[in-house]
Design a protein around this ligand. Structure first.
Ligand code: SAH
Length: 397
C-alpha cells in the first residue's frame, strides 16, 4: 500500500491548479503533513480539503510542487508509459526521430508534455534524461521503461545527466551514467542532414541545443555567398548550417574552448575545409566592441540572462547591450539573428529591447522574421510560461 501524504493549500490558491497549471508556489501552502520528505509524491488538497491531484514535492524551493496528475490517477509505471508513448508519437508524427538525415529531437519537454521536471532529448538511438526535481528523479526506472516501450529498436542507450539544480541543492552528487545500454556503434546524430558530435559527458544541457533546429535551418536558407559571424556558437550548430547553405566564410565565437574544439570537429566531419571556418575564444561583448562590419550575417544566441523574474531587469539591460554593440557597426544590408532563451523575458519585451537598441544605434531596422522554439518543444495550453525561446531576424540599413 502506498503511503501518500497530503499538502493543503491556502484559500483561493487552488485556482491555478483547477485550470491545470502545474506549479504550486511555496507561498500557496497552508499545511504540510508531518513526515513529508523532499522529492515525495504528495496528494494536493484545497483549503477545504478537496482532492486536486498528485505532484512532486520539492522542499525549500520556490516551486514547491510540480503537479503530475489533476485527478484521481496516482502516477505509476503505467501512467508514465502512457505519457511517454504519447510524447514519442508526437515526435514520430513530426518526422523527427528516424528520418533521413534527421534523428535529433526533444522527446519530452517537461510541462509541455505533461511531465513537469522531466527533459528527455534524443540523439540517434540514445535518449538523454535530465530530471529537474528529486521526485522526478525517483521515477527514473519508470521513465527508462516507458522510453524502451515507446521506442523499441530505435533505442539502444539511455544516459542520465544530472541537472545542476539537483546538485546545487545537495541532493545528489554526480549521477551521470548510462542507465540502459551504451553508445551505439556508428552513432551518428543528425539534424537537417548535418552530423553533430554530442558531448554527453561534459557538454552543456544534454549535449546540444536542439531548440534552435528550425532557426538554424533558416540561417542555411539565407547564407549563400555570405560571411557569417556566429557568436555564442557552442559546438557550431549555426555555423554548420551556414556552411551547408553556402556561406563563404564562418567565424564561430564562444568563451568555451571545449565547445569550440567540438565545433571544429563538426566542421570537418561534415566535409568542409578548415579554411572556410575560424574559431575565436573570447567574451562576446568584448569582441563585438571591435566591430562587425566585415560580416553579412551576425548571430547572437547568448545563454539565458534571466534565470528568474527578479533578474528580468538586469537581463533586459544585457540584451540591449549586446544587440546595441552589434547593431552599431553592422554593415548596410546585413542580417542580425538575435535570440533570447530567458523565460522571464517575453516576446514583446525582447522585441522592444532590440528596437530600443536599433534606435540608440541610429540604424534603420526591418524585422523580417519572428522566431520561436520548434514543435518538439511544445507549450502546454495550461502553462504559457513554457514559451521561452524567441528570436528576431533584423535587416539593418
Ligand atoms: N547557438 C548555440 C547555443 C548557444 S548556448 C547552438 O546553436 O548550439 C550559449 C553559449 O554561450 C555557450 O556555448 C557558452 O559557452 C557561451 N557563452 C556564455 N557566455 C559567453 C560570453 N560571455 N562570451 C562568449 N560566449 C559565451
Amino acid at each position: 500500500m502506498l503511503d501518500i501524504k497530503s499538502i493543503q493549500l491556502k484559500a483561493k490558491k487552488d485556482e491555478g491548479i483547477r485550470r491545470r497549471h502545474p506549479w504550486v508556489f511555496s507561498g500557496a501552502i497552508k499545511l504540510v503533513e508531518e513526515g513529508i520528505v523532499d522529492g515525495a509524491l504528495v496528494q494536493v488538497c484545497s483549503n477545504k480539503g478537496g482532492h486536486l491531484g498528485y505532484g512532486h514535492y520539492s522542499k525549500g524551493t520556490s516551486i514547491a510542487i510540480r503537479m503530475i496528475s489533476f485527478d484521481e490517477t496516482i502516477p505509476s509505471a503505467e501512467f508514465f508509459q502512457t505519457q511517454i508513448q504519447q510524447a514519442v508519437a508526437v515526435r514520430r508524427d513530426l518526422n523527427l526521430i528516424a528520418s533521413e538525415g534527421q534523428n535529433i529531437c526533444r522527446l519530452i519537454h517537461a510541462e509541455g508534455d505533461g511531465l513537469p521536471g522531466l527533459i528527455v532529448d534524443y540523439y540517434d538511438r540514445v535518449a538523454v534524461i535530465q530530471t529537474h526535481s528529486l521526485g522526478m528523479h525517483h521515477a527514473l526506472p519508470w521513465i527508462v521503461d516507458g522510453l524502451r516501450m515507446a521506442l523499441q529498436d530505435e533505442l539502444v542507450g539511455v544516459y542520465n545527466k544530472s541537472a545542476k539544480v539537483l546538485r546545487k541543492n545537495g541532493h545528489t552528487t554526480n549521477m551521470d551514467a548510462w542507465v540502459l545500454g551504451s553508445e551505439p556503434e556508428n552513432w551518428k546524430a543528425q539534424e537537417h542532414g548535418n552530423s553533430y558530435v554530442i558531448d554527453l559527458i561534459e557538454g552543456q544541457k544534454t549535449g546540444f541545443f536542439i531548440d534552435q533546429r528550425e532557426n538554424r535551418f533558416l540561417v542555411s536558407q539565407l547564407s549563400k555567398g555570405k560571411k557569417v559571424l556566429n557568436t555564442f556558437s557552442y559546438t557550431g550548430g549555426f555555423s554548420i548550417s551556414a556552411l551547408q547553405g553556402g556561406a563563404t566564410e564562418v567565424h564561430s565565437l564562444d568563451s568555451s574552448a571545449r565547445a569550440l574544439e567540438i565545433g571544429e570537429a563538426n566542421v570537418l566531419a561534415n566535409g568542409y575545409k578548415e579554411e572556410v571556418h575560424q574559431s575565436i575564444q573570447a567574451d562576446a561583448l568584448d569582441y563585438l566592441k571591435d566591430g562587425v562590419a566585415d560580416f553579412d550575417i551576425v548571430i547572437l544566441d547568448p545563454p539565458a540572462f534571466a534565470k528568474s523574474a527578479s533578474a528580468r531587469h538586469a537581463a533586459i539591460q544585457g540584451y540591449k547591450r549586446i544587440n546595441l554593440r552589434a547593431l552599431e557597426t553592422m554593415k548596410s544590408g546585413s542580417l542580425l539573428f538575435t535570440f533570447s532563451c530567458s523565460q522571464a523575458v517575453d516576446d514583446r519585451m525582447f522585441t522592444n529591447t532590440v528596437i530600443a537598441a536599433a534606435i540608440q544605434a541610429g540604424r534603420t531596422a526591418r524585422i523580417l522574421y519572428r522566431l520561436h522554439q520548434p514543435a518538439d518543444h511544445p507549450v502546454s495550453a495550461f502553462h504559457p510560461e513554457g514559451a521561452y525561446l524567441k528570436g528576431l531576424v533584423v535587416r539593418v540599413e
